[in-house]
Ligand binder design. Structure first.
Ligand SMILES: [Mg+2]
Length: 190
């Protein structure tokens, strides 16, 4: 399909963990807002207190994360084919760097929330495209949640792959659902 780059999500995509996002949202009281937008809009002292709650969950999940089976091999195959690889996460740079170091992964471009560019906005993906010098039709996005889909569509990216064992959750979205890295590799390394 002529892709020149692939942009990966981190949590739930490159690494597997067990975030209870509905529970965390209830604990923080985000309502319908995205967690980062909600926290960013708070004032002290509530702001620091609630950021600490999120960071506590993230620290535990980061420590418990395991690399998704086959991911290192996929990254090597993409690089061998000359594709650029990028990572876009709403997680922190500290946690992202910890996981990349722990699992020996390297990306051409890494965007974390410190950039101020967060999914579900397409802005972090547009920043990757600008950095890599690629257009939206030249890249694919690989993620595991609705935010990944919304961000990709917002950035005008149409090649969207979701790692999920629950395809019914994404009915009606213009995405390809794949159950594993192996299945993903069969689609994007054809
Ligand atoms: Mg994810």
């Amino acid at each position: 399909m002529g892709l020149k780059g692939v942009i990966f999500d981190l949590d739930g995509t490159v690494v597997e963990n067990d975030y209870d996002w509905p529970g965390i949202r209830r604990e923080l009281g985000t309502g319908e807002m995205s967690i980062l937008a909600y926290l960013d809009a708070l004032v002290e002292p509530e702001r620091s207190a609630k950021w600490a709650i999120l960071e506590g969950h993230e620290a535990r999940q980061t420590e418990a994360s395991v690399l998704r089976q086959g991911f290192s091999g996929l990254l090597e195959r993409l690089r061998a084919r000359g594709l650029a690889v990028a990572l876009v996460t709403n997680n922190s740079r500290k946690n992202a760097e910890y996981l990349l170091g722990k699992f020996g992964l390297a990306f051409d471009c890494v965007i974390t929330r410190e950039s101020g560019l967060w999914k579900p906005s397409g802005a972090p993906f547009l920043e990757v495209l600008r950095t890599l010098g690629l257009g939206p039709a030249e890249v694919g996005v690989v993620g595991d949640t609705r935010f990944d889909v919304l961000a990709a569509l917002d950035a005008g990216i149409e090649a969207i792959y979701l790692l999920s064992n629950e395809p019914e959750r994404f009915l009606g979205y213009p995405v390809k659902i794949v159950p594993s890295i192996e299945a993903l590799a069969r689609v994007i390394c054809r």
